[in-house]
Design a protein around this ligand. Structure first.
Ligand code: UD1
Ligand code: UDP
Length: 345
């Protein structure tokens, strides 16, 4: 079950693995949480994800409204299809709705990217993660930190370290991009730039934070390219001053995004997925949040936490990129294979 942009990317890797095993049949359910062409369809097309068997077209709404409509729709489909097992990804409202609908029908739930914690219960994602992990039968942990978090919550018996499917994904697509750089290049952007994305509730529901982030960007002696999330676009149109060094572009496909990351000087983001991709691709990340779930990326200052504090953002952006090594705490690039093996066993 998928619904939001990062879940399409995670599911692409697992679905490819499942397709290689004719004994397993995957039915794909899209809740419709993300629905714009460049937030949804583009990923299915580009990453060869099978067409969803079901699309609930739930769309946007308040948390309860959106999650409630997902629960009803998912339950109907599960009752009809009676799957042997359900797979949910990450920490969105689609993740929680999928897990909750399934567990109440006594259908086993497997959670890909289990055990991540920010320890910040003001984040909707933290609530979704904690709840989903509590009710899942198999907890596929991407890092040893996640394994430890699950252990601390008494969930070790269901925990399996698999590595991170997003690491698999970068390894899988990196050479395609390097072999065909023109195809994935973004036209009209500067040659040297910082890459930024912003969409978290803490930065968009509180326009003061977004204003501070853009104030920091305006002070930097760099061009900044921002593929803008529709949630952020809404506020930007109303409240934020965008200086000429800031280049706002529409959200892009995954391969174009990896190419933008590869070609960037640094990454500034509040995204979970992009923090990791920056790390995998050797770009220093400045995290526009007050904490991170991906603490492995903090090693040797490859990731610096600044929140929305303009002084800290500027200071971090001006630092030289670290020359010290990065650790690999994200598995061996076969996370999806490990997940499928466990599901089959
Ligand atoms: C959701 C996830 C977040 C994840 C992010 C990935 C939850 C609570 N949050 O946040 O964890 O990091 O996806 O991108 O599940 N919108 C559009 N078109 C779309 C999708 C959204 O215009 O295709 C706009 C709508 O105004 C909507 C807003 O974006 O109200 C927020 O969308 P929503 O799916 O509720 O949350 P995200 O911020 O995308
Ligand atoms: N991404 C993308 N196009 C964009 C912005 C991001 O393909 O315009 C990818 C990014 O490379 C990463 C994933 O989307 O793989 C992260 O999703 P997002 O930031 O929406 O959510 P999060 O990871 O924070 O939950």
């Amino acid at each position: 079950m998928v619904g939001a942009r990062p879940q399409f990317i995670k599911a692409a890797t697992v679905s490819r693995e499942i397709l290689a095993h004719p004994s397993v049949h995957e039915l794909l359910l899209h809740t419709g949480q993300h629905y714009d062409e460049n937030m949804s369809r583009i990923f299915f097309r580009e990453l060869d994800i099978p067409e969803p068997d079901f699309n609930l077209e739930v769309g946007s709404g308040s948390h309860a409204n959106q999650t409630g409509r997902m629960l009803q729709g998912i339950e109907n489909i599960l009752l009809h299809e009676k799957p042997d097992i359900t797979l949910v990804y990450g920490d969105t409202n689609s993740t929680l709705a999928g897990a909750l609908a399934a567990v109440k029908l006594h259908i086993p739930v497997a959670h890909v990217e289990a055990g991540l914690r920010s320890f910040n219960r003001a984040m909707p994602e933290e609530i979704n993660r904690v709840m989903t992990d509590c009710i899942s039968n198999m907890l596929f942990a991407p890092t040893q930190t996640a394994v430890q978090n699950l252990h601390n919550e008494g969930l070790s018996a269901n925990t399996i370290f698999t590595g991170d499917v997003m690491f698999d994904s970068v390894l899988y697509y990196q050479s395609a991009i390097l072999n065909n750089p023109e195809k994935y290049a973004t036209p009209g952007i500067p040659q040297k730039y910082l890459l930024a994305t912003i969409h978290r509730a803490e930065n968009t529901d509180q326009p003061e934070n977004l204003k501070k982030i853009f104030a920091a960007f305006s002070q930097l002696p760099f061009e900044i390219v921002i593929p803008i999330h529709p949630r952020t676009r809404k506020i930007l149109d109303k409240e934020i001053i965008v200086t000429p060094n800031i280049h706002i572009i529409e959200p892009v496909g995954y391969l174009q995004m990896l190419k933008l990351t590869i070609d960037s000087l640094k990454v500034l983001t509040d995204s979970g997925g992009l923090q990791k991709e920056a790390y995998f691709l050797g770009k220093q990340c400045i995290t526009l949040r007050t904490e991170t779930e991906w603490i492995e990326t903090l090693h040797n200052h490859w990731n610096i936490i600044t929140g929305s504090d303009p002084d800290r953002i500027v200071e971090a952006a001006l630092l030289p990129t670290p020359s010290a090594s990065r650790q690999n705490g994200f598995g061996d690039g076969h996370a999806a294979g490990n997940i499928l093996k466990k599901l089959l066993s």
